[in-house]
Design a protein around this ligand. Structure first.
Ligand SMILES: [Zn+2]
Length: 371
């Protein structure tokens, strides 16, 4: 004769539990988990009320204290999953679930730790999204930035994590802004206000890819608007002998200069997605990503400095030094990593300059050439 290990009464020969006790036990655990999940999912969970409900269920289902605690942890975990099911964790959900965890979840195990980590990640994702929007908010820009600052203050992030999140979100916002190809003046202003507001300096973003892309996009926009972009910070001397009537707009070092000796059949070059800005035409970065060199047999002639002015392209290498007037160029070719030009002489051969960034050099030169 054995005793039921749930109710303690005689369970019969070779039996460890009554079937009814086992059923009550299993359904009790499930019910406690559900009670916790629903309480943690609803607004303003009442801890006392929940605890007394759990006690009632625990008594009739023979659940021990560790089992009650495990059900609480499981119910809370399910509530977190419910809150995350739409992909976004609202501030309210986050606060409620965190405070529920602090007050009621006593079980510490790898699963509760993993669930807390999911909350942390979801909170960072939400803040990143708020930051990305604030970095591009042209209407109510100041209000968006203040809202973001408040959200960061209320968050669990350390000051270092905050700065990293701010810088990364800004980078993403630059990429968002450049998706359509153009960085508008409003976008530029919003991106700059964000940096100012959070005191993000050279250390945080200036050396970043996003910052470089923003400056380049501004330079292209100004050129497209018929202005002379003046964003170039010259380090060292300028090797070009500029004419009085022209201004230096950009310089790129380490540019490969290529000439084509024989010109074979080209694949048809599509110009991709273009956008008109003021007097200019602008091609989105996608235009360049898909195109490789259409020229066959290019010869690498020299490597040196490429100068872009309001009137000419200058090249200054070890062996070759020359300039090409824009109005002597009959065609410009966009490459993923540079630009090709063809001068209007019968003997002219295709020349190309590999700058590493076809999107920038092509948009800049073609727009300056339109002036
Ligand atoms: Zn029993």
């Amino acid at each position: 004769m054995g005793a039921c290990n749930l109710c303690g009464n005689n369970a019969g020969f070779l039996r460890s539990r009554h079937r009814e006790c086992e059923t009550a036990y299993q359904s009790g655990l499930a019910e406690m988990t559900r009670l916790v999940r629903d309480a943690a999912s609803g607004p303003d969970p009442d801890a006392d009320k929940l605890n007394s409900s759990l006690k009632v269920v625990a008594n009739r289902s023979f659940a021990s204290e560790p089992e009650v605690n495990a059900s609480i942890a499981e119910g809370w975990k399910q509530a977190v999953e419910v809150a995350l099911s739409d992909g976004i964790l609202s501030k309210e959900d986050e606060s409620r679930l965190r405070s529920f965890h602090e007050r009621l979840v006593t079980a510490r195990n790898s699963e509760t730790d993993a669930t807390l980590a999911r909350l942390d990640k979801a909170a960072r994702d939400r803040l990143s999204m708020v930051a990305r929007q604030a970095a591009l908010a042209d209407i109510d820009g100041e209000a968006s930035l203040q809202h973001l600052a408040r959200s960061l203050d209320e968050s669990e992030l350390s000051p270092g994590e905050e700065r990293r999140l701010l810088a990364q979100s800004w980078e993403k916002a630059v990429n968002d802004a450049l998706q359509d190809g153009v960085l508008s003046l409003e976008e530029e202003t919003a991106l700059a206000s964000y940096l100012n507001h959070f005191n993000l300096s050279s250390k945080d973003v200036n050396s970043s890819e996003g910052h470089t892309r923003m400056v380049k996009a501004v330079v292209i926009r100004e050129a497209a608007e018929g202005l002379v972009p003046q964003r170039l910070k010259v380090k060292g001397s300028v090797p070009f002998n500029l004419m009085k009537s022209e201004q230096l707009v950009w310089m790129i070092d380490d540019v490969k200069y290529l000439e084509v000796v024989t010109r074979r059949q080209r694949r048809g070059a599509s110009h991709g997605v273009s956008v008109r800005i003021a007097k200019g035409v602008y091609y989105s970065p996608r235009t360049f990503s898909s195109q490789t060199h259409e020229w066959e047999e290019p010869i690498h002639v020299d490597t040196g400095m490429l100068g872009v002015t309001t009137k000419h392209l200058y090249f200054h290498g070890l062996r070759k030094r020359f300039r090409i007037r824009y109005d002597r160029i009959v065609s410009f070719d966009p490459y993923s990593d540079g630009i090709g030009v063809m001068r209007d002489a019968l003997s002219a051969k295709p020349q190309s300059f590999l700058t590493g960034d076809g999107w920038f050099i092509y948009n800049l030169v073609t727009n300056l050439a339109q002036r």
